[in-house]
Write a protein that binds this ligand. Structure first.
Ligand SMILES: C[S@@+](CC[C@H](N)C(=O)[O-])C[C@H]1O[C@@H](n2cnc3c(N)ncnc32)[C@H](O)[C@@H]1O
Length: 922
């Protein structure tokens, strides 16, 4: 039994029974040797569900509460719980393989393991003492740096406790008289190094405490570090990843394991005993090991704290059944170091906000993802690294970052989002490369634990490799793509004329952009010195999804752990779909617009070739062209805008608008027919221009006229599908802005409807005006000039209404509402379409113009009505939420313009503002 024979186990039971009154007769467990894990607890008989496993009387527990009374000279708080228990173990350590003579805990101390030389902490401590052996040197030199860091942290704790214990003993030699070890009891002085070697090599007090203690509430404050105990019998239980067989009752909590109430009808024998029950759902069959899940710990943690790792198969990573984790602290710190003088600001900001350290990658829950803390740190680094000194701009960048960490915003900018993903990819690739080149040799000779430990170290490396690969895969960029990316020259290095500083600044952002974007840019970029077409800057095909998630706002430091993970997971699992929908919607919308405009232009061209379009009967054709160009461009803008704002109401508005387009384009077939065909029976030989028969102009344009409603109709169905996909996700944008209050949500939705209607009003107004200009107004009249001038005026008025409703400016809102009502009278013009005096003028366009005018009238009226409702909602607490994007835009507008220069890193802030409803999805 590895240092524990049957007699010692029996003596432990006798001690528990006779000295502490424990009922040991009913015990159905015993310790047995487990290859590679020392001893473990096993069932000696079948244990039915919900059985009491054992109850350890509180006097038999070894903790600050039971040890302190043994040392009257130690004042409460003078030594920590770990130090007290370590001191006691040191004073009563059994010599060699003998039993401990401690009258209080002797039989228990005797059962503790004696050899901790396989523990990684021993290797490091011995290295410090210049006493390491070849095997531990080899192993220590081969552990992954992240594990090394974890061991170093533990080492600091070790030295701190050791210094306290040794210091106390040196200053209170009288305490030695309490020792059951003759060499200590009679010592007149203590020789620190000898004591240390004793402390380390034989009984490892610190290790015994560290690897065997469990959470046990002895202090008022739950997080008091003294809330732990050593617990006989329980401490034979090994760690199990899958399930726990041992449950403490709730009043005595245990770290990382779910406590439970005593099963019904079962009472603890002693009120103050630390009781443990078996599982409630299964019988633990005889001979089976009872495992205890120490906590949801990473292998790195298990390795550094307990000296073992959980083994796994590669398929466990891909299936998500193994929760691989990699700490990337050193990579992130290296990045910060490379950031130059601004690194101090980055470090301070992260520390100050509680986001320093604990940056990890996770393979589960799937898909593999970075931790929220890591994303947060990378966002800040990417936002600041281009600045050389702290300036106003760095302050605004930090504010934007803080907004994201506080959940006010989702992202800093789309540029920043791409960048941190790129950085993440670089980190993952570096981890992969490093893990691939690790070469730990399994057979080192030496004691039996060496090859077992070498295998543990190898598993740590494999975990790094596979988690990094899983994250690379979930980022969606395979190694080949990123390798190609690196082969491309940095865009900012392209030869550009010096005068193009702004262009250079814009281009420099592409250095971090994904491959397709850079390829597009490179393809568009002329080799030397000439000007870029400005449109080339607008073409972006992002590869990586932007962060959008229904709980992506779970963002503060204290939300790490399970909540943080689920948040991260949501980011990586929900986003790609949303982004795909957004990209397809935008791309599809743009493609449809191009096709429809081309169709209409063909009709226009064909008709214009044969008739004089100035004639009023043909004016429907230029009207049709102008209207559809306007409508398509407007709708594309609205679609991009809705996706950027994550405004589902605007998307639904677009669907309605699109259905109106179907009607308009269908009406156009009829209107074009009445404009062109005057002799339906004539064919091309008799009347090519006015005929309706075979070969005529009408037959030539008819297919093109038909294509438009068909394409618009089909694209409408496709849009409905994608808008539905986005509906649920975008609902969360409102949630992020106004919170969970349903009343606030309704008010905010009315506000969104209002803003959306104002945009449609503008289109309707321009549409009607344009048709009137083409149809009836002579260019040289004053009315023509006034009608044109009305367009910017109405634009300003509508913006004024938007500002009024957003900023809750009452006087402006009142004026806007009055003007809206007054503007309704403008639609008296409808009468003119039908008046005998003027109806001739409108004949060929009457149907579309009437439809258009009525819709515009209704839209404006709806805007007025919703405006009243929004007005009623003023001063009800929504202002802050509505103002988010305004404040943000204002805050960042300075970085979108102004002097060119690479320092304006996130000049894209303006276009991808991070706040709830202002996030780009491109
Ligand atoms: C609380 S003790 C468990 C009993 C211990 N095995 C013994 O022999 O006394 C914790 C220690 O057991 C070992 N251990 C626990 N679970 C293990 C596992 N799943 N694989 C390998 N070793 C394990 C580690 O050495 C750890 O530090």
């Amino acid at each position: 039994m590895d240092g524990l024979d049957t007699q010692r186990w029996e003596r432990l039971l006798v001690w528990l029974r006779d000295k502490h009154g424990m009922d040991t007769a009913a015990l159905r467990i015993e310790p047995r040797t487990v290859p590679g894990a020392g001893r473990g607890l096993f069932a000696t008989k079948d244990i039915p569900p919900s059985s009491i496993l054992f109850e350890i009387p509180s006097g038999a527990l070894m903790n600050a509460a039971t040890v302190l009374p043994l040392y009257p000279q130690i004042k409460e708080g003078q030594l920590s719980g770990t130090q007290l228990v370590s001191l006691h173990l040191l004073l009563h350590k059994p010599p060699g393989d003998a039993d401990s003579l401690d009258p209080t805990f002797g039989p228990y101390i005797t059962t503790l393991p004696r050899d901790f030389s396989s523990h990684p902490l021993t290797w490091l401590v011995n290295r410090q003492r210049k006493k390491e052996d070849a095997w531990s040197r080899y192993l220590l030199d081969h552990v992954p740096p992240s594990a090394w860091q974890a061991i170093s942290k533990l080492e600091k704790r070790f030295w701190k406790d050791w210094d306290a214990v040794a210091g106390f003993m040196g200053a209170n030699l009288a305490v030695l008289t309490q020792s059951t070890r003759p060499e200590l009891r009679h010592a007149r002085t203590i020789e620190r190094e000898a004591l240390l070697s004793d402390y380390l090599t034989e009984s490892h007090e610190f290790f015994a405490v560290n690897t065997r203690c469990i959470f046990y509430r002895i202090r008022q404050n739950r997080s008091d570090p003294d809330n732990f105990t050593l617990c006989p019998i329980l401490d034979f239980a090994n760690h199990g990843t899958e399930r726990t067989h041992i449950f403490p009752v709730v009043e005595s909590e245990i770290w990382g394991t779910a406590g439970q109430r005593a099963p019904a009808g079962r009472k603890k024998a002693k009120a103050d005993a630390f009781a443990f029950y078996g599982p409630s759902d299964i019988t633990v069959s005889q001979g089976r090991e009872l495992l205890l899940k120490y906590g949801a710990h990473s292998n790195r943690f298990l390795f550094s704290e307990y000296g073992f790792v959980t083994r796994f198969r590669p398929s466990d990573i891909s299936s998500g059944s193994f929760e691989g984790e990699v700490d990337v602290q050193e990579f992130v710190e290296e990045m910060i170091d490379k950031a130059g003088p601004i690194k101090t600001v980055i470090k301070f900001t992260l520390e100050d906000s509680g986001y320093w350290g604990d940056w990890t990658l996770h393979s589960a829950p799937r898909p593999a993802h970075p931790s929220w803390r890591l994303i947060t740190a990378l966002r800040l680094i990417c936002a600041l690294e281009r600045y050389s000194t702290p300036t106003f701009e760095t302050r605004t960048a930090i504010n934007a970052w803080t907004d994201v960490t506080n959940g006010v915003g989702h992202t800093i900018s789309s540029v920043n989002e791409r960048r941190w993903r790129q950085r993440l990819l670089e980190i993952c690739e570096a981890i992969r490369e490093r893990a691939q080149s690790s070469n730990i040799n399994k057979s080192q000779g030496g004691p039996s634990w060496v090859s077992w430990m070498a295998e543990n170290v190898r598993i740590l490396w494999r975990e790094e490799l596979e988690v990094a690969e899983a994250v690379i895969a979930s980022i969606g960029a395979d190694s080949a793509a990123s390798a190609r990316l690196r082969l491309l020259p940095p865009v900012s290095s392209l030869p550009l004329p010096p005068s193009f500083t702004l262009a250079t600044s814009l281009l420099s952002r592409w250095d971090h952009s994904p491959l397709p974007g850079r390829l597009v840019l490179l393809a568009l970029a002329p080799p030397t010195g000439s000007c870029f077409p400005s449109s080339s800057f607008l073409i972006r095909i992002p590869l990586w999804p932007l962060p959008r998630s229904r709980d992506g706002s779970t963002r503060s430091a204290e939300h790490q752990g399970p909540a943080g993970i689920s948040s991260d997971r949501a980011i990586s699992s929900v986003l790609p779909h949303v982004v795909k929908c957004g990209v397809v919607l935008k791309a599809g919308r743009a493609a449809e617009a191009i096709v429809v405009i081309v169709m209409v232009a063909i009709v226009f061209g064909k008709v214009a070739d044969h008739v004089d379009l100035v004639l009023s009967r043909y004016k429907t054709i230029p009207c049709y062209l102008a209207l559809f160009i306007l409508a398509e461009v407007f709708e594309v803008f609205m679609a991009y805008d809705a996706l950027r704002l994550r405004n589902i109401i605007q998307l639904v508005g677009i669907l309605l608008f699109h259905s109106a387009l179907i009607v308009m384009s269908a009406l156009q077939v009829h209107e074009a027919h009445s404009a062109i065909v005057h002799d339906p029976s004539a064919n091309w030989t008799t009347d090519y221009v006015n005929g309706g028969g075979p070969g005529t102009l009408w037959q030539g344009v008819f297919p093109f006229l038909i294509v438009s409603p068909v394409i618009i109709g089909v694209s409408w169905l496709v849009m409905i599908f994608f808008v539905r996909q986005l509906y649920h996700e975008f609902g969360w944008a409102i949630f992020h802005v106004v919170g969970a209050n349903p009343a606030a949500k309704t008010m905010y939705q009315f506000y969104q409807v209002m803003i959306c209607l104002l945009k449609f009003d503008f289109f309707a107004f321009v549409g009607v005006t344009m048709q009137l200009l083409i149809l009836v107004l002579a260019k040289n009249t004053a009315e023509f000039g006034l009608t044109i001038a009305a367009i910017p005026i109405v634009f300003v008025l509508l913006i004024g209404a938007g500002l009024a409703v957003q900023r809750e400016i009452k006087w402006l809102m009142s004026i806007s509402l009055v003007l809206m009502l007054a503007a309704e009278t403008y639609f008296y013009k409808l009468v003119r379409f039908y008046e005998p005096a003027s109806k001739e003028q409108y004949q060929t366009v009457r149907a579309t113009l009437t439809t258009f005018t009525i819709i515009a009238f209704l839209l404006l009226f709806a805007t007025f009505a919703i405006g009243l409702r929004c007005f009623a909602d003023f001063d009800k607490g929504l202002l802050k939420s509505k103002m988010h994007d305004i404040t943000f835009k204002r805050r960042y507008s300075s970085s979108t313009h102004g002097t060119a220069g690479a320092k304006k890193e996130d000049g894209g802030y303006g276009s991808g503002a991070p706040l709830g409803q202002r996030v780009s999805i491109e």
